[in-house]
Design a protein around this ligand. Structure first.
Ligand code: NAP
Length: 535
């Protein structure tokens, strides 16, 4: 038996969160080991390399703000950066801050077990590592565990090639001359379908639920926008942190939708549609809380679909009608709806003919078999809890996190879990995370967690743990706020509704980033109120 290597902190994941954590914790004098399953740093932007993958928030807003020098020296080339550029950015961050030496790649953490006596975690990996750490931070991402294609019976019998968008091969896939089935019509599908259709002989899109999508109007980064951003960087970053979704360019107005005339409303939506991206949802301040206001935005987008898609029957099928706009993450596309005007693209509505199984030759619905050379599974992720569930995490008394969360995830501020001392989550369930600009949400979490760990070190405190009472109060608040919006009306991955058997619990916090950040700050200033600090 060799003695386990010992660290102050083990970080799981080297994506946006893990990289900044490593930098900040090291600055605070902590010894840190980062384990990363991928062959490179980058997290989301390492794995999601499907055709057309790009960010849905303007590049300059979807970036770290902690280093003004980094911010100033990195030049984005497109309004919405594509995956290769985002991956290059994160690699640049790893080099610039000399992070690589403390990151162990191609290593998946398999367990983290709390040792009550030592008040430390023992962390093991699939490469045989066994290390000891005072703290463990899960920087494992919210959308990092792809749903298994085994959800579709017969998927293992398919004779052609198949890929999940979230596990796309390095080097890409050549679809030239191939017939392709794409299953799913979420953001990943909506970005990849137009690109695949440019190459393939034929693309058949299997749609269970249509999504609302707005145009990105992507293009080369506008020098005037970038110069303005550079001149006002600090101010614009601050402004982004004062917006509920952490995105300055949404430009949410103070106006309720029904207080203006139908003509004025239409003009406002048109202007936002022309601008592109999430800005549409900022046209009025009540689109995600007032059902009638919401219908005006939904009908506007349905009108656009009817305008763009030439075949009225296809346009109808592509038009979402079963949930309010914005309550499933709105997609930001480049030519998605127009792709259905191509001769080599067809749409299968699974509400009319559900998939029965995948066959050796293709996809069999209740109506017929569609023979294809390749299948793209754009079926999404076991969001927010999937990556944590895969690790055997055992807290006080050997309790498993997966069991503690069997009825839905419970956290204190999305950051800590009662019964799991010295364990921190970045953008965990119960935090704004996926309902916020991830760059903004991650920086706030990383700073809160690293400040907490530094505070503990200064006091030579051995452990910190959320109390059950504080956690219950927070979870109740998260639910209460969600219920005040239209979000629970959609069968979204926010609710776990996309994973068979997952408890239906609204996971992210929708009270808005500024309110959340202030609450976190108050908790810290009060000596980590709601937590027990000992040792
Ligand atoms: P998703 O939004 O969950 O979409 C998955 C799609 O697959 C849905 O249309 C879903 O239908 C369908 N599906 C799932 N299981 C199925 C089954 N068994 N049979 C048939 N259809 C099935 O996943 P995603 O597109 O990967 O996106 C997930 C999230 O990642 C996004 O919401 C976004 O937050 C993020 N993302 C962002 C970008 C970006 O633009 N930057 C790009 C990609 C992803 P139902 O709706 O009926 O469940």
């Amino acid at each position: 038996m060799t003695e386990a290597q010992s660290y102050d902190v083990v970080v799981v994941g080297a994506g946006f969160s893990g990289l900044y954590l490593l930098h900040r914790l090291r600055e605070a004098g902590q010894s840190v080991r980062v384990f990363e399953a991928g062959a490179s740093v980058g997290g989301t932007w390492f794995w999601n390399r499907y055709p057309g993958a790009r960010v849905d928030i303007e590049s300059q807003e979807y970036a770290y703000s902690f280093s003004p020098e980094l911010d100033a020296e990195w030049k984005w080339t497109e309004r919405y950066a594509a995956q290769p550029e985002l991956l290059a950015y994160l690699n640049h961050v790893a080099d610039r801050f000399d992070l690589r030496g403390d990151i162990q790649l191609q290593t998946r953490v398999t367990s983290a077990v709390w040792d009550e006596e030592a008040r430390r975690w023992t962390v093991t990996t699939d490469r045989g590592d066994r290390v000891s750490a005072r703290h463990v931070v899960m920087a494992t991402g919210c959308l990092s565990t792809p749903k298994d294609d085994a959800e579709l019976p017969g998927s293992d019998s398919f004779r052609g090639s198949s890929w999940h968008t979230g596990r796309w091969p390095e080097g890409g896939v050549d679809f030239t001359g191939k017939t392709v089935a794409v299953i799913g019509t979420g953001s990943s599908a909506i970005q990849s379908i137009p690109k695949i259709a440019e190459q393939a002989a034929h693309v058949t899109v299997f749609q269970r639920t249509p999504n609302f999508s707005v145009p990105a109007h992507n293009g080369p980064a506008d020098p005037a926008v970038m110069a303005d951003w550079a001149a006002h960087r600090e101010q614009y970053r601050r402004e982004a942190r004062e917006v509920g979704f952490g995105i300055r360019s949404i430009g949410i107005t103070e106006t309720p939708a029904l207080t203006v005339s139908p003509e004025a409303r239409q003009a406002a939506f048109e202007e936002r549609w022309h601008y592109g991206g999430f800005a549409l949802l900022g046209a009025f301040n009540d689109l995600i809380v007032d059902p009638e206001a919401n219908v005006t935005a939904a009908e506007f987008v349905r009108g656009k679909i009817r305008e763009i898609v030439q075949d009225p029957a296809t346009a109808e099928k592509l038009s979402p009608k079963t949930y309010p706009i914005g309550t499933k993450r709105i997609c930001v596309d480049t030519g998605y709806y127009a792709t259905f005007n191509r001769d080599n693209v067809s749409l299968v509505d699974l509400t009319e003919e559900p998939i029965e199984r995948v066959t050796p030759a293709g996809v069999k619905t209740s109506a017929r078999e569609y023979e294809v050379d390749a299948i793209v599974y754009a079926i999404g992720f076991d969001a927010m809890t999937g990556a944590l569930d895969k690790i055997d995490i055992r807290g006080r008394g050997g309790a498993r996190l997966k069991d503690a969360w069997a009825g839905g995830p419970g956290t204190y501020l999305g950051l800590m879990v009662a019964g799991f001392p010295n364990l921190f989550l970045v953008t965990g369930p119960g935090s704004p995370s996926v309902l916020c600009n991830m760059a903004v949400a991650i920086e706030q979490h990383v700073e809160w967690i690293s400040d907490c760990i530094a505070w503990m070190s200064e006091r030579q405190a051995a452990s910190i743990e959320a109390t059950s009472a504080a956690q219950e109060e927070w979870v109740a608040h998260v639910n209460e706020v969600a219920e005040a919006t239209l979000f629970p009306r959609a069968n979204s991955w926010y609710l776990g509704a996309n994973v068979p058997g997952k408890p239906r619990v609204f996971m992210p916090y929708i009270g808005g980033f500024p309110i959340y950040r202030d609450k976190c700050r108050e908790v810290a200033v009060a000596g980590y109120e709601g937590c027990v600090v000992s040792g």
